[in-house]
Design a protein. Structure first.
Length: 170
């Protein structure tokens, strides 16, 4: 996946702003999924509109702790906040869809995140994607009901990562 050292390959400002800011959630979905239209939507009580990026496969922390999920429909959803461009890991509801409540807090720090792996269908093709983060590593937080968020750190006047057309970049 794209590295921070390849920032010149991305549109100016994605690390200082939010590439999804002027899009509707449906437009953001098509942008992130390389032209795929959403098949369904869910009403979720969340701090902001969420756009599905895929399903979580693994999280690896800097201290080598890790959690992996099988590709069997049980893993949390990976979503991006349309307004904030932060990553949310949304647990599944009993019906297999996303939890209908994504709390605004309180969240507790788990640690620094080194890598995020996920399954997604982009451009009509199912694939396994991963992103190796670079220093300064983003911080993973959890909420006791199961939601997690990944927050970028400050880096050279911008953010350490962004979610854009290439997926998680930076």
């Amino acid at each position: 996946m794209p590295k921070r050292g390849e920032r010149h390959k991305f549109p100016a400002g994605i690390f200082k702003g939010n590439p999804l800011a002027r899009m509707t959630p449906a437009e953001a979905y098509k942008y992130l999924r390389w032209g795929n239209a959403p098949k369904q939507s869910f009403t979720i009580d969340a701090p902001e509109p969420l756009v599905a990026l895929g399903e979580l496969a693994a999280i690896i922390l800097l201290d080598r702790r890790q959690q992996q999920w099988p590709d069997d429909g049980s893993s949390p959803y990976l979503a991006v906040g349309k307004n904030s461009n932060i990553i949310y890991f949304v647990p599944r509801a009993a019906d297999g869809g996303p939890a209908r409540l994504v709390p605004s807090g309180p969240y507790y720090e788990i640690g620094l995140c080194r890598r995020v792996d996920y399954y997604s269908d982009k451009g009509g093709e199912e694939a396994y994607y991963y992103h190796d983060h670079e220093p300064p590593y983003p911080v993973l937080f959890f909420e006791p009901r199961g939601t997690m968020v990944l927050l970028p750190q400050a880096h050279r006047g911008g953010r350490s990562f962004a979610v854009a057309e290439g997926g998680i970049v930076g």
